[in-house]
Design a binder for this molecule. Structure first.
Ligand SMILES: Cc1cc2nc3c(=O)[nH]c(=O)nc-3n(C[C@H](O)[C@H](O)[C@H](O)COP(=O)(O)O)c2cc1C
Length: 245
């Protein structure tokens, strides 16, 4: 796309693919929404055309319904208009970045319902050539637990099996990664000796500002790694194509 330059000449903005950022949070002033907005800016700076899908703001209903329930005898079933619209948005994207708070070691119901209804039979799975083949996904999850808590590593492994192996690769994604961001709470949370939730004192003032800055940097690093992987894969594809030519 050409954009007029302030000096009168034309600055050519290189577009480097399409990304879909899926925000699964009910509050626009949440840390999750803040990270999603920063991720959009980072992707745009990397030349992506970004579609921001704010599931709550767009009124997405995560409940399964008869129109979107798969029919195992008909993988060509025409699903609801809302679901088909979301399918088009996924198809238009080379990369999907889902930004969500970790709820019960998993994704919140809002995001789970989106996957249940939209990543449907005949579209996301159930074909020899999956429609989502070759796409890449980053699951960016914010967790209340502190980074030093013993629960973090098992949480990462659970999310990895559930989201990468259980969903993304099953649906033909070429690459799937989890970016887990602990310390999302103002009051640090950990699990006590009896398995109970321990909520510490609120971090305030300059310490809180520094914590936010560090949090933003960790999120940006996950996104940068993810984008670098895409660039490497594209370079490998180009050199494979040259070798075949
Ligand atoms: C229903 C619910 C379940 C949660 N489960 C977990 C969990 O399993 N592990 C964890 O570390 N934090 C858990 N949390 C804390 C959230 O991850 C945390 O509040 C959120 O990431 C903070 O981001 P936000 O301010 O954008 O909501 C849970 C919070 C809620 C409300």
């Amino acid at each position: 796309m050409d954009r007029p330059h302030s000096g009168g000449c034309t600055e050519v903005m290189q577009h480097n693919g399409n990304a879909l950022v899926v925000l699964a949070h009910h509050r626009t002033d949440s840390l999750t929404a803040h990270i999603a907005r920063r991720t959009v800016a980072q992707l745009e700076a990397a030349g992506r055309r970004v579609d921001l899908l704010d599931l709550h703001a767009e009124g997405f209903d995560p409940r399964m319904n008869p129109a979107d329930q798969p029919d195992w005898d008909d993988r060509e079933k025409v699903y609801s208009a809302e679901t088909r619209d979301h399918m088009r948005r996924i198809l238009a994207a080379d990369e999907v970045i889902a930004v969500f708070p970790v709820y019960w070691m998993s994704v919140p119901a809002l995001l789970k319902g989106w996957i249940d209804r939209v990543w449907n039979y005949g579209f996301a799975y159930g074909r020899s050539t999956p429609r989502l083949a070759g796409k890449r996904i980053l699951w960016l999850g914010l967790a209340g637990a502190t980074g030093s808590d013993d629960v973090i590593e098992p949480m990462r492994q659970i999310l990895d099996s559930q989201l990468n192996a259980g969903i993304a690769y099953y649906c033909g994604f070429a690459h799937a990664a989890v970016g887990l961001l602990p310390d999302a709470e103002e009051r640090p949370q950990s699990i006590g000796a009896e398995g109970e939730l321990v909520v510490g004192e609120a971090v305030t003032g300059a310490a809180r500002t520094a914590q936010y800055t560090e949090f933003d940097a960790r999120a940006a690093a996950f996104v940068a790694d993810f984008l670098a992987g895409t660039d490497q894969d594209r370079a490998a594809d180009r050199s494979a194509a040259r070798a075949l030519a």
